[in-house]
Design a protein around this ligand. Structure first.
Ligand SMILES: *[C@@H]1O[C@H](CO)[C@@H](O)[C@H](O)[C@H]1NC(C)=O
Ligand SMILES: *[C@@H]1O[C@H](CO)[C@@H](O)[C@H](O)[C@H]1NC(C)=O
Length: 135
């Protein structure tokens, strides 16, 4: 191989490695109790990973992390309970809007009195994604 070919091969290799590490991004998901009072109960799981029940105090949070899989089909959902209300929804999936909100690293879900919010790109701004429903 000529030095030029070597260079091209090395460049291609470097590019594909950097792309695949983006593909296998590590994500953190946070479930934050932003309620005025009361324990937030959370049960989160994926198809093959049950994270169990967590009892989150006011201002506390529950966090876990994972790498997205090759086909990017990683999906986690949570069921939350507070007082006589509950909410069940996907906290991580392949929705490009969700991943953008997560800033491609941290998905910060916050339970508030009037519903469930997701932070935008790890900034202080939160947008409401779900309402509570009555149990
Ligand atoms: C919690 O908040 C609810 C609704 O604002 C209120 O009715 C209740 O008294 C509060 N409980 C405590 C222990 O502060
Ligand atoms: C929550 O409920 C209110 C009132 O029913 C509705 O206007 C609003 O669109 C709902 N928000 C979401 C995010 O579902």
């Amino acid at each position: 191989m000529s030095p030029w070919h070597c260079f091209v091969v090395a460049l291609t290799l470097a590019l594909s490695i950097s792309q695949s590490s983006a593909l296998f991004n590590r994500y953190h998901v946070y479930v934050v109790n932003g309620l005025a009072n009361g324990t937030l109960t959370a049960h989160c799981q994926s198809k093959d990973d049950d994270l169990g029940f967590h009892y989150i105090p006011v201002n506390g949070n529950f966090m876990w992390s994972f790498r997205t899989n090759f086909l990017s089909t990683t999906l986690y959902f949570c069921h939350l309970w507070w007082a006589k209300l509950d909410a069940a929804f996907e906290v991580f999936n392949k929705d490009p809007k969700l991943r953008k909100f997560c800033g491609y690293t941290d998905c910060i879900w916050k339970a508030q009195v009037d519903g469930i919010y997701l932070s935008y790109n790890q900034k202080k701004r939160f947008e409401k994604w779900y309402n509570w429903t009555k149990v």
